[in-house]
Design a protein around this ligand. Structure first.
Ligand SMILES: Cc1ncc(COP(=O)(O)O)c(C=O)c1O
Length: 494
């Protein structure tokens, strides 16, 4: 192996039998610098060693190489190394013992003592998780996912292990296009699908492309998921909140904004849980055509619809005006970091051009997802999850009715969360704080609004709580509401 050591002006051939990592590590660690005409070589080596000890790169007790070995690696005489070591021994940085390696004997006094490390404030342990956002992590299909990973690790061709296509592997794009056509009624083809790390990542990519096409203003639903707003602003767009009512996004309000693009949860708005009505869908598409703009459809949990068939995507109404974003975050796990983006044909080039440095998810994970879907395991998983969530939702609604008869639930037809509307005087913020302190995680609807509203509601997720935990969790919530927000909760449910 050839190593060039800056400063010696020589290229040395290290012993091929020696540990090349070690050689490289020492050459890198000891930055001897170029010859400066003033200091001799052993002084420069001593300086490099001293700096390494002072900055903590060489720590207390670490052995330095035998002088002969280091001299050989650095391509200098052994005398240079012994002089440098002697200097540092004299200064107290190194200690030499007969029959043992020369070692570092000093530790930087600037290093913070262990006990001074900043402490993270301790949080109360979570007993019950009613926060929205997660699917049932206990039922992640570990065995089948592991089978899919094992299969593709064995079958991937050499080419697959090379530089990935930033738009995603062709096999997964084809599989996703077929899946989205048959299960979501989308108009999708392999060339219009990009693989991304999730909906948030898909939105960042879309916003970059819109920005490059001269679109500067984007509308978002209010209430809505804050990370989508962050994604849009990180891509340089100005954002405009648009209210939502029982028919979904108020398109008439959208029409009054300067936005030429809008993000909408058409099948199941987060967190209101509404479905965009047929009249609003048609009006939204007309708006996009009129402003020469785009709708970005957030299809985050539409697979879970309990009392009717899933609502088909809006994208099918006008694929030239609608971007479709989806992911496995609500169906399998957000930890997989796998999602998709279907772009209008006229925007695929702009999308690629605006995202040349975006990294696609790991190729083996992409291929594993393709296998998981192609073998029918994704559909089977969704069928089982839908059954499980439907009965869990029924249990939650029933238990809430017993413990909190003054409340009203909404948004129960689909998804993994519902809204618990409470009497107007309820202090939901205090209730969430008290619940957190008692080990119950949940969310205040106001957390998703740009402005607080007089209508009080909690957002309760039931994806990641077991059925047996629901009765005690709801009983605890009732208790919390009676103590933290006492006025409207005299003896509710007792
Ligand atoms: C409204 C909404 N959209 C999208 C997502 C999913 O985002 P991602 O696919 O980036 O995990 C979430 C996750 O909580 C969400 O609440």
């Amino acid at each position: 192996m050839m190593i060039t050591v800056g400063g010696f002006g020589s290229t040395v051939r290290s012993n091929p039998m020696a540990d090349s990592q070690t050689n490289l590590a020492w050459a890198t660690l000891l930055d001897i610098g170029p010859p400066d005409g003033r200091r001799r070589l052993h002084d420069r080596l001593a300086h490099a060693l001293r700096t390494a000890v002072r900055t903590g790169r060489l720590t207390l007790g670490a052995a330095v190489p035998p002088s002969r070995a280091l001299a050989e690696d650095l391509g200098c005489s052994r005398w240079v190394v012994t002089q440098a070591y002697a200097q540092l021994i004299a200064e107290g940085y190194l200690v030499a013992r007969v029959g043992s390696a020369t070692r570092v004997s000093w530790t930087p006094h600037t290093a913070p003592p262990r006990s001074a490390a900043p402490r993270t404030p301790s949080r109360p342990p979570i007993r019950y998780d009613l926060a929205p956002g997660l699917p049932d992590l206990r039922s992640f299909p570990r065995r089948r996912w592991a089978d899919a990973v094992r299969t593709v690790t064995g079958s991937a061709v050499h080419y697959d292990l090379g530089l990935p296509d930033p738009a995603g592997h062709a096999v997964l794009r084809t599989t996703l296009a077929q899946y989205l056509q048959r299960s979501r009624g989308a108009e999708a083809y392999a060339h219009s699908v990009s693989v991304c790390a999730g909906i948030t990542d898909g939105l960042v990519r879309t916003c970059r492309a819109l920005r490059a096409e001269g679109i500067t203003d984007l509308a978002l639903e209010d209430p809505g998921w804050g990370r989508l707003r962050d994604a849009a602003t990180s891509a340089g767009l100005r954002v405009h909140p648009v209210p939502v009512d029982h028919d979904g996004l108020r398109v008439e309000d959208l029409e009054r904004t300067p936005a030429r693009a809008v993000v909408v949860g058409a099948a199941h708005q987060f967190p209101a849980g509404t479905v965009l009505s047929p009249a609003r869908r048609a009006r939204l598409v007309r708006w996009a055509r009129a402003v020469d703009g785009f709708v970005i459809e957030d299809d985050y949990d539409a697979e879970f619809r309990y009392d009717h068939h899933p609502v088909a995507v809006l994208q099918g109404m006008d694929p030239s005006r609608v971007f479709l974003l989806g992911s496995v975050s609500k169906t399998l796990s957000p930890a997989l970091g796998l999602g998709w983006l279907v772009a209008p044909a006229a925007m695929t080039r702009a999308l690629r051009a605006a995202n040349t440095v975006a990294a696609a998810p790991p190729v083996l994970d992409q291929l594993a997802l393709a296998t998981f879907i192609d073998r029918g395991w994704y559909d089977a998983h969704l069928r089982a999850a839908r059954r499980r969530f439907r009965s869990r939702r029924d249990l939650l609604v029933h238990t809430l009715a017993i413990h909190m008869p003054h409340s009203r639930v909404a948004g129960t037809a689909a998804g993994l969360h519902l809204l618990l509307h409470l009497p107007d005087a309820t202090d939901t913020r205090a209730a969430v704080q008290a619940a957190t302190a008692a080990g119950l995680r949940l969310a205040d609807l106001d957390d998703y609004r740009t402005e607080p509203s007089p209508q009080r509601a909690l957002v309760l997720g039931y994806g990641n709580i077991s059925d047996t935990e629901i009765p005690p969790a709801v009983a605890l919530l009732g208790e919390v509401l009676r103590t933290a927000a006492p006025r409207p909760w005299p003896d509710a449910g007792r």
